[in-house]
Design a protein around this ligand. Structure first.
Ligand code: RNT
Ligand code: ZN
Length: 439
């Protein structure tokens, strides 16, 4: 039997098992095909961007590791993304940050325009990829005091307000060009390392600045604004202006999309439980699927309980139309294309698992008060042959089956990434390329 024959055979057996529980496997696969995950561009170059000033990453964002092969130009980043997309089943989106524009002369954040993103828009059209966007309120001299939109100085605030306005225009142009709304997500790092004496004033200023940015009504067919909270960051341990309560209130009162980042809460607090609550009051939700580990909010997404719970909530609540799944992690200690492949494939695999749940049956048991059977079924389904359906899905989408995608990454590392080294860099320790480890 050929490999493909085995995949088909395993799939047919798996389908029988799922269908015995009342799951429509083909319908689940049909829904899978329609889900576009917003893949974040910033895993490819450690959130560096192309402003050309080599300024260090700041405002609580920290990328550790020095694995060789980081993309240094838009073309390199696009090439890396093309490989990553080819390793992931389905057709997905790209989430761009404002600092990834193509600037031919020094262009400050308040001056950026659509033309700086034309290269991305052309590429996206050719690749049949839709774009999302983010203003960048970090890694900039005017953010070096830890405050941007909530800064006490009106000159600094206005600079960042102009940045936000410029970004909405760019996002709207992307949305118009792709005939699909571009989600423009606002994450603002402002906060204090130590105990503030006044928690109120910066929050009032942040709300006022955001209102100024959103003053112009832009068609939601082109751009949808989202706001992202955070509990704390490196350097803003004691106080973040844009806390969960701040943005929940802001999003509800301004009819904006809320962004929940899985790494932005207390370690035992989970976003999966928040989805059905916030969707009672906000129109749509953006997820930054990520993984917090101690103080870092952005580890590569693994197939853990919370990832599964997030996708279960999206499916059980029938929210696929109202929840936009984006990714947010960055790891420079492993091959960056592999990081994209691992995290995105995991997010999709968890979504597939959720779509293959016997949701109707489970909810019926719950309505009947049969909580014993609910737990029994939830536990039994954990051993169902998800892998067989996932492999079949990957193959049917022309994506690699199992870990065979890693061979393609190795080959790319050998032929392309390893040549991107600066002459000053040497392979040693964590810098070893994966092909050297694998032999
Ligand atoms: C930071 C936020 C934010 C960023 C990106 C780069 O803690 O999660 O989403 O990761 O915008
Ligand atoms: Zn995030």
């Amino acid at each position: 039997m050929t490999k493909s024959g085995n995949i088909d055979k395993a799939f047919r057996l798996a389908r029988e098992q799922y269908e015995a529980l009342g799951v429509h496997v083909d319908a689940a696969l049909e829904r899978m095909r329609k889900v576009a995950i917003s893949v974040h561009c910033w895993q490819g170059d450690d959130v560096s961007g192309f402003e050309g000033d080599d300024s260090a990453l700041g405002n609580g964002l920290a990328v550790t590791g020095n694995y060789p092969g980081k993309a240094r130009t838009p073309v390199e980043l696009r090439n890396d993304l093309e490989l990553a997309y080819s390793l992931i089943p389905g057709r997905h989106r790209l989430n761009l940050h404002a600092l990834y524009g193509e600037f031919h002369r020094p262009t400050d954040r308040d001056e950026i325009e659509v033309e700086h993103f034309q290269g991305w828009m052309d590429w996206a059209r050719q690749q049949h990829i839709k774009l999302d966007f983010n203003p960048s309120f970090f890694s900039h001299p005017k953010a070096s005091e830890g405050f941007t939109l909530a800064h006490a100085d009106s000159g600094i605030r206005n600079f960042w307000i102009d940045h936000g306005i410029a970004c909405r225009k760019i996002a709207a142009a992307m949305g118009a060009a792709q005939q699909n709304p571009c989600i423009n997500n606002f994450w603002v790092p402002d906060g204090y390392k130590d105990t503030p004496a006044n928690r109120k004033a910066p929050r009032e200023r942040l709300a006022e600045s955001l209102d100024a940015i959103f003053a112009e009504d832009l068609p939601t067919a082109q751009v949808k604004d989202a706001v992202e909270c955070k509990l704390f960051g490196i350097g803003s341990e004691s106080y973040v202006v844009g806390s969960h309560e701040f943005y929940l209130g802001y999003a509800i009162s301004r009819n904006k999309m809320l962004c929940l980042d899985a790494g932005h809460f207390h370690p035992t607090e989970v976003v999966s439980d928040k989805i059905s609550s916030v969707l009672m009051y906000v129109p749509e939700l953006l997820l930054h699927v990520s993984r917090g580990v101690r103080w870092d909010s952005d580890h590569v997404v693994t197939y853990n309980d919370e990832l599964q719970a997030i996708m279960q909530e999206v499916v059980r609540g029938d929210y696929l139309e109202r929840v936009h799944i984006g990714l947010d992690f960055f790891d420079a200690s492993i091959n960056r294309v592999a990081a994209w492949a691992i995290g995105t494939r995991n997010a999709l695999r968890a979504l597939l698992a959720a779509l293959l749940e016997p949701t109707d049956k489970l909810q019926q048991l719950e309505r009947d008060g049969d909580l014993t059977a609910r737990l029994a079924l939830l536990e039994e389904q954990k051993a169902l042959p998800l892998g067989a359906v996932w492999n079949y899905y990957c193959e049917s989408q022309g994506a690699p089956v199992g870990v065979e995608w890693l061979d393609r990454v190795r080959e790319y590392e050998r032929s392309i990434l390893s040549h991107r080294l600066d002459s000053s860099e040497v392979f040693r320790g964590a810098k070893r390329p994966i092909n050297a480890i694998a032999q």
